[in-house]
Design a protein around this ligand. Structure first.
Ligand code: IYR
Length: 230
């Protein structure tokens, strides 16, 4: 074992089985209610709430614990407008010229188009950037590991934290997204990963009438007692 490895006692809370069951049900019900929201209210959201969700995101596991996520939280109306303008310009080109018929058909149930008013209406835009490689104090490149996976997990926790506190969001990926790094002044070792509008849903907001896959379609059980084999 190398000199750099040190360990401390794990802080773990063991819970009675009934409590585990109850918490599992409760969390599942909570998450089943989460929906991607595209119609936001302009009601303000306190910075502290965004901060708590970002701290939660920062608890994600990551390759070699490099924590290769960086978040930019924007509530400046001018910057939100600029983001909307460029995103809509790119999206319009995508919807009108770049996306294949197959892709447009796949998106049809979601009812999306190039218009992204939520980029201005939502009180916050949170951009996640993936740090492709790090830099040491003297500017040397340091390799990061599993950057996509790590950022994906961090963003998943961010989404869960927002939903749990009663805020709505959308995983928005205007394509191409490079403009975001330029607009927000990010260094060239970072790639835009996901842009999240965050806020309250608009009054009377509607969402696509779509279903989640049933358990049988997303899970295969290989039980030692044969109880789940078909
Ligand atoms: N970026 C576009 C298109 C889009 C693509 C996928 I894959 C989606 O799940 C949803 C939208 C847009 O934001 O409209």
């Amino acid at each position: 074992m190398s000199d750099s490895h040190r360990s401390i006692p794990l802080d773990f809370t063991e819970r009675p089985p009934e409590e585990m069951r109850a918490r599992a049900e409760r969390f599942l019900r909570l998450m089943q209610q989460r929906r991607s929201v595209r119609a936001f209210s302009d009601r303000p959201v306190a910075r502290v709430l965004i901060e708590r969700a970002l701290r939660t995101a920062g608890t994600a596991p990551s390759g070699a614990h490099r924590q290769p996520w960086r978040f930019v939280a924007v509530d400046d109306p001018q910057i939100k407008r600029e983001i909307r303008e460029v995103a809509e310009e790119e999206e319009r080109k995508s919807y009108e010229e770049r996306m294949s018929d197959e892709w447009l058909e796949a998106l049809a149930p979601l009812g999306t188009d190039w218009r992204k008013p939520f980029l201005e209406t939502a009180p916050w835009l949170v951009a996640c950037f993936a740090e492709s490689y790090g830099r040491t104090g003297d500017g040397e490149r340091v390799k990061n590991y599993y950057v996509q996976e790590s950022c994906g997990i961090a963003c998943g926790l961010f989404i869960a934290a927002l939903h749990h506190m009663g805020l709505a969001t959308l995983t928005h990926t205007p394509a191409p997204m490079r403009f975001l790094g330029e607009l927000l002044g990010r260094p060239d070792n970072e790639r835009p990963y996901i842009l999240f509008p965050v806020g309250y849903p608009a009054e009377g907001a509607e969402v696509p009438d779509i279903e989640r896959k049933p358990l049988g379609e997303i899970v295969q059980w290989n039980r030692g007692d044969g109880s789940d084999s078909s």
